[in-house]
Design a protein around this ligand. Structure first.
Ligand code: A3P
Length: 354
């Protein structure tokens, strides 16, 4: 069945053959996937329930949106921006809440509407649910907890989204500020592979050869990666957009935080910027290990503990060039060919080492 979306796109479930194959290789992905055209964007089926609400979402002038393809440095950038805006002296008790509670994930309801629903709703300690109850009395959770909570959230909102520009309000850049974060495709691939293996809701069963096939066939969630990057990069001259690269942030965080300070008009002192950088270093964020508001019991349920113990959790390595330890020459060649085919003429040069 084809679904018509307000954005002008249409969405179709994957074919039976594709769905069966994906369910075999990713048995956690039980909610199913849709392909949104034009673009071929791969999203979980419950996206259809919130797509129009997101397209119509009313952003404020003061909002900041962190937009990325998954595993390109979203959480790191959210944490930097949130602290620059709300906690420049690193003394706010509010900073103790997990990043994605303070800095909302715009479309996260699509992950709560399917298989995870009961589990998420059962955690009464979740600050997102508490704030939803406080800010949205009488609202129906079935209409989307996060989308209703963020609409009512006071103050400057620092959003996360993995959705690409064409699926968001067309006046987004004229209304608010967007920081688009890109990362080289090989490190992103390694990081995404890890994510697909630690997340029980995805539960990838195959080896790296198969994962590289899925990536280069544009069959992973939120892909196609290159089109996502293109949609950000082609808007780079818009004054509402700042394009940030994971590799540059890693190489010289102060230079990037100075640029972000100008972009956001936060007017921080050098001392404040230094504090923000320290507080958001990989080691500090890994030690806090607080990316999503959930209790330890739930974390254990949704993350594959065996992989976490052996290869790290959400904050895995945080490096540039780790793909050199993980990809075979044949896998690299496949990604190189895919890159050549997609990035030609784009004028974008990713760094693969720093
Ligand atoms: P690795 O898997 O390579 O370690 P996202 O937030 O978009 O999902 O991206 C996750 C990637 O960013 C992971 O990469 C994670 O370790 C890395 N990351 C998170 N916080 C970081 C930080 N403070 N510094 C450097 N990398 C960070």
């Amino acid at each position: 069945m084809t679904t018509q979306l307000k954005s002008g796109h249409t969405a179709e479930p994957l074919s039976d053959e594709e769905s069966a194959r994906i369910l075999k290789d990713f048995p956690g992905q039980v909610d199913g996937l849709v392909r949104v055209q034009p673009g071929g964007w791969i999203l979980p089926t419950p996206y259809l329930e919130i797509a129009d609400k997101i397209y119509d979402f009313k952003f404020h002038e003061s909002d900041v949106v962190v937009m990325t393809h998954p595993k390109c440095g979203t959480t790191w950038t959210q944490e930097i921006l949130w602290n620059m805006v709300h906690n420049p002296n690193i003394d706010s008790p509010a900073a103790e809440e997990a990043v994605n509670g303070r800095s909302p994930y715009l479309e996260v309801d699509m992950f709560f509407m399917g298989k995870m629903k009961e589990m998420i709703l059962s955690d009464t300690s979740n600050p997102m649910l508490k704030q939803f109850a406080e800010l949205c009395p009488g609202a129906n959770p079935a209409d989307g907890i996060e989308i209703q909570r963020v609409a009512a959230m006071p103050g400057i909102r620092i959003f996360k989204t993995h959705l690409t520009f064409p699926l968001l309000p067309p006046d987004l850049l004229d209304t608010t500020k967007v920081v688009y974060v890109g990362r080289n495709p090989k490190d992103m691939c390694i990081s995404y592979n890890h994510h697909y293996r630690i997340s029980r809701t995805l539960d990838f069963q195959g080896d790296m050869d198969l994962f590289v096939d899925y990536l280069t066939n544009d069959e992973l969630l939120y892909g196609p990666y290159w089109d996502h990057i293109k949609e950000g990069w082609k808007r780079r001259d818009h004054p509402g957009l700042y394009v940030l690269f994971f590799e540059n942030l890693k190489a010289d965080p102060m230079a990037e935080v100075r640029e972000l300070d100008k972009f956001l008009d936060t007017d921080l002192t050098e001392e404040q910027m230094t504090k923000v950088i320290e507080h958001t270093s990989f080691d500090k964020m890994k030690a806090r290990d607080a990316f999503f508001p959930m209790n330890e019991e739930m974390k254990k349920k949704i993350m594959n503990q065996e992989v976490v113990q052996k290869e790290g959790g959400f904050f895995r390595k945080g490096q540039v060039g780790d793909f050199k330890n993980k990809l075979t020459p044949a896998q690299e060649s496949k990604i190189d060919a895919w890159t050549k085919m997609n990035a030609e003429g784009m004028g974008i040069e990713f760094k693969y080492s720093i």
